[in-house]
Design a protein around this ligand. Structure first.
Ligand SMILES: Cc1ncc(COP(=O)(O)O)c(C=O)c1O
Length: 402
């Protein structure tokens, strides 16, 4: 390997949400909560960023831009960024889009908040599949819109599929205006097959829905997998918005720059942020470098994550066999059914924080619904850290069961 994913990077004192922001995010309902661990002692397997350094090519590009010394008002006035990103889309997904459709936001969540407001009239509803990333719900709530959930079906092996009958019925509600679709899916790690995407596209068209395809995890796949943008399956559908970003794959969430591909011209004109927001010059340098020079690094990251998933699956099979580990085809997040392991524990993140010194997410309050008894483990970390986190999890379970 050319890159070192075993390096432990010290994040203390960097205002990192992962390190310093966990109390509010995971334990907001327990104000003033204390733990038998100091913040430094926790093993952090929660929020979806990585314990890995970003690619050195990206750090170099940020430094080069810093050396230009001036950080005045900035926007994209040449097409180098578009050329880099569209070449990336052609190479990785066999898909492309016209330059004028590209809009930038300060993150996908910012786009969701705006889009739900723009696309869902008062009294109309948002539809999504559950379990779901909690900000799908927050985007609806922020705009005082109702969120309708269609729970995914799961089999005994922990494989998740769409409940077509349920989804078709909910999509046919004339009050449902927009579907927020997560592709690939957080937290189950599903990569939807072409057949699933095709069936979904027919359902969207039949009901004339707007669709926001949140594809933020599209580059974090197991090495033998490929991403299919929904836009590739629906090449002519105008009511589609695709959200992509280099933030997950290259650990750039704090750079706050995402690509929102909006086909509908009237919607693009309605979206006000590109008129009121300029861009961060360091973010442009970073994200452009990711698309121009990050491919080899990303392939090594994928191989490292493949091995982390193998390690975790072997560990669970040996030490916690009653857990059902969902096969993650994408993301660095493992979605694990603990219902048979800790049936009496109501709040799993609280249990593991208190008994294992491990920060993780799980359950309905963090994943909207259809998530009771599940935990989500972030595996994007050096293997030594992962091994320690898993040991702590197993020891806490053994202690509880003893
Ligand atoms: C499905 C999904 N969408 C959006 C986000 C966050 O997007 P951003 O950081 O660009 O606001 C996440 C982060 O975990 C996510 O999992």
């Amino acid at each position: 390997m050319k890159y070192n994913f075993d390096e432990i990077v010290d994040r203390r004192g960097t205002n990192s949400m992962n390190v310093e922001g966990f109390r509010g995010y995971i334990f907001g309902t327990y104000p003033g909560i204390e733990f038998p661990y100091t913040d430094d002692e926790f093993i952090r397997m929660w929020v979806a960023d990585m314990e890995f350094s970003t690619a050195p090519e990206i750090i170099e590009a940020i430094k080069e831009r810093a050396d230009r010394k001036i950080f005045g008002y900035t926007n994209l006035y040449d097409d180098r960024y578009y050329r880099a990103f569209s070449a990336w889309c052609r190479k990785l997904y066999g898909w492309d889009f016209p330059q004028e459709q590209l809009v930038f936001t300060l993150g996908v969540v910012a786009a969701l908040y705006e889009l739900v407001g723009d696309l869902v009239p008062e009294g109309k509803k948002v539809l999504t599949l559950t379990p779901a990333y909690s900000y799908f719900l927050h985007a609806a709530e922020h705009n005082q819109r109702e969120l309708v959930s269609s729970p995914l079906k799961k089999d005994a092996q922990g494989h998740f599929t769409i409940d077509w009958e349920d989804l078709e019925q909910k999509a046919a509600d004339p009050d449902v205006a927009v579907l927020i679709f997560c592709n690939p899916h957080n937290p189950t790690g599903r990569i939807w097959t072409w057949e699933e995407l095709d069936r979904l596209s027919q359902l969207i068209q039949k009901n004339d829905l707007w669709v926001i395809s949140d594809e933020i995890h599209c580059d974090v796949l197991r090495s033998d997998r490929r991403h299919t943008p929904l836009g590739k399956v629906m090449p002519d559908y105008q009511k589609l918005v695709t959200c992509m970003s280099a933030s997950k794959a290259f650990n750039l969430a704090g750079m706050m720059m995402s690509n929102i591909i909006v086909r509908d011209e009237a919607l693009r004109n309605l979206m006000h942020f590109h008129e009121t927001c300029d861009m961060n010059p360091l973010s442009i340098a970073a994200v452009q470098a990711a698309y121009e020079k990050g491919y080899d690094w990303l392939m090594e990251l994928r191989a490292y994550l493949d091995a982390n998933f193998d390690y975790m699956e072997r560990f669970f099979a040996q030490r916690i066999p009653a857990a059902v580990v969902t096969k993650a085809e994408a993301t660095y997040l493992a979605w694990i059914d603990m219902n048979q392991v800790l049936p009496g524990v109501e709040d799993l993140p609280l249990f593991f924080a208190q008994k294992a010194g491990v920060l993780l997410e799980g359950g309905n309050s963090l994943f909207v619904g259809n998530a009771k008894g599940y935990i989500r483990l972030n595996l994007a970390m050096p293997r030594s850290m992962l091994a320690k986190g898993l040991e702590h999890i197993a020891a806490a379970i053994e202690g509880y069961q003893a």
